[in-house]
Ligand binder design. Structure first.
Ligand code: AMP
Length: 305
């Protein structure tokens, strides 16, 4: 069982390929949908009166537990508005309304608390710490964050990072957090805060895993059609941790970490093919495995004689 806390959101997004108003989004949602292909997932977080059965059904249809999604009477769901220029690796934030997250105090059910794995998705670091403290039996706890919290709540964020096994951050944010321009050194500096595993996400270029064994890089899948990159990082994290928590993984060793990186990249590649959660909602396990095989061919080469 994998528990995730993070934003549960309505997103309004504009890209060079179209726009959408108030789509279902948020870090916890993108993560949970991706992870649900591999393991049992439960989402923790607050929503407002504006979050209805249609949104909950998207999660329920993928078997995701919604019992710890708390509806705040009279409250409004977290809202994010952003846009992308032609370089879709950079999200430009136009508006962030924390709404119900402003007052939220996480209270986990027994099932969520006893999860084997926990993902502390992007949200205020003190909330991440509140959830982490309740899941004290988890064998794998991972955390994601963003520039906003590095700028406005750095001490809390450093405290939160010190309490997890795995840190996932964009490469630029990893450099910002550690004030270290070189990515390999930035990852080493982040490991010194606590986590034994650091994953640097690099947008369309893929991701790099830093572990005690060294490093491993996986490319992004080169797609001819990318419509909306929102949630790619969380879908990556969902594929990565979902695989590690699922029945197919056993010891979490280096081989499995590398395979998890490939599943992360596969899920992220599907997520960006359409707006919001639209593509992942109609995704099948067969399509995932087909793309994993394509990834294997794409990254394979032989030494010369
Ligand atoms: P990413 O995977 O990095 O593209 O994350 C996209 C998601 O992050 C969107 O669905 C937003 O709702 C969410 N988001 C944007 N800003 C914040 C924030 N300050 N805190 C939490 N979630 C956010």
């Amino acid at each position: 069982m994998l528990t995730v806390v993070g934003s549960i959101a309505f997103d309004s997004v504009r890209t060079p390929f179209g726009e959408r108003e108030r789509m279902l989004g948020g870090s916890a949602i993108h993560f949970a949908l991706a992870a649900s292909f591999f393991t049992d997932v439960g989402v923790v977080g607050p929503v407002g009166d504006d979050f209805g059965d249609a949104e909950l059904d998207v999660l329920r249809e993928r078997g995701i537990a919604t019992g710890d999604i708390e509806r705040v009477e009279g409250g409004k769901t977290f809202f994010w508005r952003g846009h992308y220029e032609h370089d879709m690796n950079v999200a430009h934030t136009d508006d962030t309304q924390l709404n119900v997250f402003g007052e939220f105090v996480p209270k986990l059910s027994e099932a969520s608390r006893s999860a084997d794995a926990v993902f502390l998705g992007n949200i205020q670091p003190e909330l991440q710490r509140g959830v982490r403290a309740q899941c004290d039996g988890a064998r794998l706890v991972a955390l994601d964050s963003m520039n906003l919290w590095i700028e406005t709540a750095k001490d809390s964020l450093l405290g939160a990072i010190g309490e997890v096994d795995c840190l996932l951050l964009n490469d630029a944010e990893l450099r910002m957090l550690t004030a270290e321009p070189n990515l390999a050194r930035a990852a080493r500096a982040a490991m010194e805060i606590g986590p034994g595993i650091v994953v640097a996400k690099r947008g369309e270029y893929g991701a790099v895993l830093f572990s005690p064994e060294g490093f491993f890089a996986i490319p992004g899948y080169l797609l001819e059609e990318v419509r909306d990159p929102t949630g790619a990082g969380d879908s990556f994290a969902g594929g990565f941790l979902g695989y590690l928590d699922g029945a197919e993984a056993h010891d979490g060793g280096e081989r499995e970490l590398r395979r998890a990186m490939a599943y992360g990249s596969v899920l992220a590649s599907f997520n960006v093919e359409d707006f919001g959660t639209e593509r992942v909602q109609r995704l099948t396990r067969g399509e995932i495995d087909e793309r994993l095989a394509a990834f294997k061919r794409l990254t394979h080469f032989e030494e010369g004689d």
